[in-house]
Design a binder for this molecule. Structure first.
Ligand SMILES: [Zn+2]
Length: 289
């Protein structure tokens, strides 16, 4: 089955303005990789795809291939393939995707997902719910919160929200799966608390809220009893997710989370090497102008 999704941000320009040339497919052997190779993007077929459709989301690429290019053939059963006569467009030499913009769209697309409506929690009187995420999304649209793709974060997996610069920084620029979408929810929770000027929170409390929201999102999105976890069961991060998920499940079932579970989550965060040095430090949530 070919997975398609109508993009939230539909293309305004197709063919893309300023293209170097229009390439018409002459053989069914051609694919994105061969075209990328032929036109000077040997290492990055996605550059050509993004140039044409301005997305890195495979389901949206399939949608455009069908709607704009008229593809109906598939060779792998998952994605549309070019047909003879299909036309795609070649970017100017040296063209590079706008990764920050792609990440910005991934964040906005995630914050508009229906699962977001299920998230609600309260930490020291600060409420986080669907309106919090809507506000964050609007701040991203207005560029009161900026967004940066930082490939150096790829290895450390330490994506973050910077409350001083009001800036999201991620080591990737597209979010096709629940893990990444849930990571966006985690960082957006920090941004929501910053927007709420929750400067009385300390780091471990802010992280607890973010992990609970992240776990709620994933629990709802998967809907099959799977939860987020660490690299291996029982590692420091897994302990955090295991405790956060217990709280997430209680809230989703309209129950008050058990204090013992909250204490366990706080303890797991305090003991995690990422947070142990500054878990008791006040966060710098002073509002987003
Ligand atoms: Zn965090």
């Amino acid at each position: 089955m070919i997975l398609v999704r109508k993009p939230k941000f539909e293309l305004k320009d197709f063919p893309p303005k300023g293209h170097r040339l229009a390439h018409t497919v002459r053989s069914e052997e051609e694919n994105w990789s061969s075209v990328a190779r032929d036109y000077g993007f040997p290492d990055d077929p996605w550059a050509i795809i993004i140039y044409n459709f301005n997305t890195r989301e495979p389901r949206e690429v399939n949608w455009y291939l069908k709607e704009l290019v008229g593809c109906e053939r598939t060779t792998d059963g998952k994605n549309y393939s070019f047909s003879i006569g299909s036309t795609i467009y070649i970017p100017p030499e040296g063209w590079k995707p706008d990764y920050d913009e792609l990440l910005r769209r991934a964040i906005l697309t995630t914050l508009a997902m229906p699962h977001i409506q299920r998230i609600r929690l309260s930490i020291k009187g600060h409420n986080v719910n669907v309106s919090s995420y809507l506000r964050v999304a609007n701040q991203v649209i207005d560029r009161a919160i900026r967004v940066r793709y930082d490939p150096r974060l790829k290895r450390s997996a330490k994506d973050f929200y910077d409350p001083v610069k009001n800036l999201f920084r991620f080591g990737w620029y597209y979010a096709p799966d629940v893990e990444r979408q849930a990571t966006i929810v985690h960082e957006a929770t920090h941004a929501a608390l910053d927007g709420a000027s929750a400067s009385d929170l300390v780091r471990r409390e802010s992280e607890a809220a973010a992990y609970i929201a992240q776990s709620m999102f994933a629990w709802v999105a998967w809907g099959d009893g799977s939860r987020l976890g660490g690299a291996s069961e029982g590692d420091a991060l897994d302990t955090i997710f295991s405790n956060a998920t217990e709280i997430a499940k209680a809230i989703l079932a309209d129950n008050t989370p058990a204090q013992a579970d909250v204490d366990l989550l706080i303890k797991a965060i305090r003991e995690h090497p990422w947070y142990s040095a500054d878990h008791a430090k006040k966060v710098k949530y002073h509002g987003i102008p």
